[in-house]
Design a protein around this ligand. Structure first.
Ligand code: NAP
Length: 485
């Protein structure tokens, strides 16, 4: 039973054109992955609902895009304040539908809200250029103008923050937005929208259409003629399909897709610090983040020490219900994910990998999997190549800097990479040579609203955060003024 200070935040209808409405396709059961119990039922929207939301967003765009940035900033600031004031309830809603420990959920609320705060400030500083003229009878200027209605699809692993990272800059820029959250986690999106409404953001500017027919809703959000931009966070496979759909109307797109992050520990690293940050980057959100450590490379001289310390840290994790305050590691999102983890372990075992700890379904059953450490990982194993998306740490060893950079770059992904070394020359050399959108030396903590987050290669297109994040929501217009004598 989910208890909230403000029970009205548990919204179960979709929010379209400023109204809470039933779904055209009935209802969705939202269940708690920790125990399989029903949290509530929410509206199951369909393509007609999405179309209505896009048309309302197009109507709202006419006025929202023309409100001075300073006024939009005030409304966004109010939304930010409400999100922060209700962080505990929003965190509880997230833990109930997604499973992550409550402290992680509450942390995510602050992280997601930080993008709304930051872009409320940033939108007042977006400027075009005055360009030195090429003849005395002409003046040359550029304007930055909002791209229009934004179609947005988000995943279940960060049900709040992935919306904050997109809706914050989109609304600040003067765009309007229609959001389709993941079917597993509609409640966080609906609660955010409720608070946007309370903050006074006008009707139609932000809508949420939760719905399990993601293919049909996705077609509307990528192909409706009123959509000016499409933004997506999720898997690379789905991102590619949506990119293809966008091509029919030549839409501006941003894609935040899968990762396959290397975590490199050189002989001269501070091993204790490397272990601590390896734990953070590997096991946060039960290993279900796109920037989670995926391939751990340890230089031969420190492999034994690092492995021993990592094993101890893994065995200290507390697996349990996210509402239990001792829990550090919650359940996986569903039972398919549990089967996926078992398949990774079985594949490694069959090819000679050593299961140092864990390796199977946790005694709590349901969606819980044991935090696992595998050593002796070789290039032919799935653990060395695929995005794991769960609580399995997989260690490989290496001998030289050149070798490990080549192996780390040998993937079609390029989102985040981590490495630990105390040699300053190596800090710079490795940063320059890793083919990733985000490189972190001597730390596993990097995510912030003030810096760009985005992937290279098949990890995506575009950035969220920093000055780059809001640029994604503008078109540049060149005004060539003639007849000036
Ligand atoms: P997913 O299967 O791609 O789903 C993500 C979203 O896309 C959900 O809302 C889903 O809706 C929707 N969707 C699925 N198929 C669709 C289709 N044919 N048309 C339109 N929408 C569709 O990914 P996931 O398994 O939920 O999330 C895990 C992936 O996301 C991982 O690869 C992870 O690395 C990536 N991720 C990336 C970032 C980043 O910033 N780069 C951040 C977080 C996650 P339904 O739920 O209704 O199916």
């Amino acid at each position: 039973m989910l208890t909230l200070k403000d029970p009205s935040l548990l919204r179960t209808r979709n929010f379209i054109d400023g109204e809470w409405v039933a779904g055209g396709a009935g209802t969705i059961d939202v269940t708690n992955p920790a125990n399989g119990e029903l949290v509530t039922r929410t509206a199951n929207g369909d393509a007609a609902d999405a179309t209505r939301a896009v048309e309302a967003a197009a109507a709202a765009f006419r006025t929202w895009s023309r409100i001075p940035a300073k006024q939009r900033a005030v409304l966004l600031r109010d939304w930010f304040n409400l999100l922060m004031a209700n962080a505990e309830d929003l965190g509880a809603i997230m833990t109930a539908e997604q499973g992550k420990p409550l402290y992680e959920s509450v942390g995510e609320i602050a992280y997601g809200a930080s993008f709304i705060e930051y872009y409320a400030e940033e939108c007042k500083r977006v400027m075009g250029d005055t360009i030195p003229t090429i003849s005395n009878d002409r003046r040359l200027q550029t304007y930055k103008q909002p791209v229009g209605v934004v179609g947005c699809i988000t995943p279940w692993n960060f049900p709040n923050a992935m919306i904050g990272r997109k809706a914050g800059p989109a609304l600040a820029a003067g765009c309007t937005i229609v959001i389709k959250p993941a079917t597993e986690t509609p409640l966080s999106a609906l609660a955010m929208c409720d608070l946007a409404d309370r903050a006074g953001i006008p009707r139609g500017v932000i809508s949420v259409v939760a719905g399990s027919n993601s293919r049909e809703i996705g077609k509307v959000l990528t192909q409706h003629q009123n959509i000016g931009k499409f933004t997506f966070t999720g898997s690379t496979a789905v991102g590619k399909k949506l990119m293809e759909q966008c091509s029919t109307g030549v839409k501006k797109i941003s894609l935040e897709l899968g990762g396959n992050a290397p975590f490199i520990v050189f002989d001269d690293a501070n091993i204790d610090a490397a272990v601590t940050d390896c734990m953070g980057t590997k096991f946060r959100n039960c290993g279900q983040t796109c920037v989670c450590t995926n391939r751990i490379y340890v230089q031969e001289g420190v492999a034994e020490e690092f492995t021993e310390k990592l094993k101890k840290a893994i065995e200290a994790l507390q697996v349990g219900d996210g509402f239990d305050k001792n829990t550090t590691t919650g359940p996986l999102v569903n039972q398919t994910a549990v089967h996926d983890m078992q398949a990774f372990v079985d594949d490694a075992k069959s090819k000679g990998g050593d299961i140092v700890t864990g390796g199977g379904v946790h005694k709590l059953g349901h969606c819980f999997f044991e935090p696992t450490l595998v050593t002796g990982v070789t290039a032919d194993m799935r653990l060395a190549n695929e995005e794991i998306f769960g609580p399995i740490a997989a260690i490989q060893t290496f001998t030289s800097e050149d070798e490990v950079i080549e192996r780390a770059n040998n993937t079609e992904f390029g989102l985040a990479a981590y490495y630990f070394t105390r040699d300053i020359g190596r800090v710079i050399r490795v940063a320059e040579r890793l083919e990733y959108g985000i490189v972190c030396s001597n730390s596993g903590v990097f995510s912030t609203e003030v810096a760009p987050f985005g992937g290279w290669k098949q990890s995506g297109i575009g950035s969220e955060g920093g000055k780059e994040g809001i640029a994604e929501y503008f078109e540049t217009k060149f005004h060539s003024m003639g007849g000036i004598e």
